[in-house]
Design a protein around this ligand. Structure first.
Ligand code: C2O
Ligand code: CU
Length: 504
């Protein structure tokens, strides 16, 4: 489908003519500019407003929140770091609504740089998706911006900036959308957020990125294509038997709910209680293998949507993935461990239902090395299964790239060079993620929850293993322009990102 001029090239031209060349790409996007391509449904289109109106429910409540991204001193437990966060601890404030509610969040940017907030996994109105340069202008330092949207589907979601590598600071928080009809077969609930931590330990995420990008020049690794798996700031070889190349960055800390293993978060309940644990992998470059010592986990949802429950010893979550598990707790004190897959280190929380000494910070529950479940092998429940339908259109997204130079691509192009992937409203669209690299990539799509071929499991983020293909189907029922990208934030930022764009 020929498009005479791509949006980005068109805008590059406009920016150049206006004398803005040389500013960062996002700064060139001025108000109204993204309306200038008549071939695509733009965020300010009546179609977007119409889709939102169809989601509104009579009598729905409005949930309000304020997020103030700002420089903070974060206490990780036995160490403090200077960073940027939404609060004095991590994760940021929990936002909780019921399906169909309107969520209104005012963002007050007290950072020294521009930011944005993306609502990961929510099928929301395109103009509230939080992607600077595509759906909005960046929120400049000192400025405010209000996000207001209906959250149609219950589940476990999260929010984070879509600006540079800001996610690799403490800029993330959980959004839970409750199901008013949820049978609630559990007694209590915990929210468990996993993260890999570097900021304030001598390197900022921006410095990590710059170092990755400069490695392609001369130096000890010059000329070698490591294809992933080469550590930053160390020689750790990050290879996982489950994932292949498992990451690019060595982190000094891994966190559960903002705490290091030597001063862990403590989750309490009573013996024999059933707990629902909502697990979010908010890391930037780390997949986690998760287990609870002495227990098995029953996975009931992934990426917000229900699955036929499966009980497992351990669970693997890529960056951007979520899982809800239920556990029937026994009596005692147990380690909840999220081991950094293919890396050295782990995150830990303590589960306490009775008396006993706390587990060691480095203790490794045997369950971690038994059966490890990938969420893509789960099956959708009948209630959320996508109806059988042949695809009206198929896009193949070939994932490429290398460590030297540090550059990640979809169909051979970095995002700034890419053509939009066109779809039309009402189509069944098939995406084929073809991984031609030796690293795994957790591929995420905004604004939609696709069905993974084979199992039908509904997800918005799916792990694509090295040299494998994952096929997903979606109904194009949410008009606008939507990022699809690797949720390794360093891969996304250096190019592994594309625009799934509805044609006008
Ligand atoms: Cu959580 Cu564009 O991503
Ligand atoms: Cu990737």
């Amino acid at each position: 489908m020929p498009v005479a001029v791509t949006r980005r090239r068109l805008l590059a031209g406009i920016a150049g003519a206006a004398g803005l060349a040389g500013t960062a790409g996002t700064a060139a996007w001025a108000s109204g500019l993204f309306s200038s391509d008549p071939a695509l449904v733009t965020p300010d289109s009546a179609l977007v407003a119409h889709a939102e109106a169809a989601r509104r429910r009579a009598g729905a409540a409005t949930v309000t929140a304020t997020l103030t991204p700002r420089p903070v001193t974060l206490d990780l437990g036995d160490t403090t770091v200077q960073t940027w966060g939404y609060a004095e601890n991590a994760p940021g404030p929990l936002i909780r609504a019921r399906a169909g509610d309107l969520i209104r969040t005012e963002v007050v940017n007290q950072l020294p740089v521009a930011t944005s907030v993306h609502w990961h996994g929510i099928a929301l109105r395109n103009d509230m998706d939080g992607v600077p340069g595509l759906t909005q202008q960046p929120i400049a330092p000192g400025r405010r911006h209000t996000y207001e949207f209906t959250a149609p589907d219950p589940g476990t979601y999260f929010y984070h900036p879509h600006s540079g590598v800001q996610l690799d600071r403490a800029l993330y928080g959980v959004l839970v959308v409750d199901d008013p009809t949820e049978p609630g077969r559990y007694d209590t609930e915990w929210i468990v957020v996993l993260d890999d931590w570097v900021d304030g330990t001598g390197r900022t995420p921006d410095q990590v990125l710059a170092a990755l990008q400069s490695m392609g020049g001369a130096g000890h690794m010059g000329g070698m294509d490591m294809g992933g798996g080469m550590a930053m700031g160390g020689m750790e070889t990050m290879i996982s038997p489950l994932l292949g190349g498992a990451g690019d960055v060595t982190y000094p800390h891994y966190l559960i709910n903002g705490r290091v293993p030597t001063a862990p978060a403590v989750l309490t309940a009573k013996p024999r209680q059933r707990v629902r644990v909502r697990i979010v992998n908010a890391a930037s470059d780390t997949a986690f293998r998760i287990a609870l010592g002495g227990h098995r986990l029953t996975v009931t949802h992934t990426d917000g949507f229900p699955v036929t429950p499966v009980t497992t010893d351990a669970l693997l979550l890529g960056m951007g993935e979520r899982a809800d598990v239920t556990v029937e707790l026994t009596d005692g004190v147990f380690p909840l461990v999220a081991a950094a897959e293919g890396k050295t280190g782990q995150a830990l929380a303590i589960v306490r239902t009775g008396s006993g000494a706390p587990p060691a910070a480095t203790g490794r529950p045997a369950e971690l090395d038994r059966q490890v479940l990938f969420t893509s092998t789960l099956h959708a429940t009948d209630a959320v299964r996508l109806a059988d339908h042949d695809p009206d259109r198929t896009h193949r997204l070939t994932l490429g790239g290398a460590m030297m130079p540090y550059r990640w691509t979809i169909n051979g192009a970095t995002f700034d060079q890419s053509e939009p992937l066109l779809v039309r409203q009402g189509e069944r669209v098939r995406l084929e993620f073809v991984n031609r690299t030796s690293m795994f990539h957790p591929m995420h799509l905004h604004g939609h929850t696709f069905a993974v071929a084979g199992t039908g499991v509904r997800k918005d983020t799916v792990i694509v293993l090295p040299n494998q293909t994952v096929t997903v189907d979606l109904d194009a029922n949410n008009p606008g322009q939507w990022m699809t990208h690797c949720h390794n934030i360093y891969h996304a930022e250096t190019g592994m990102m594309a625009n799934l764009a509805y044609q006008a």
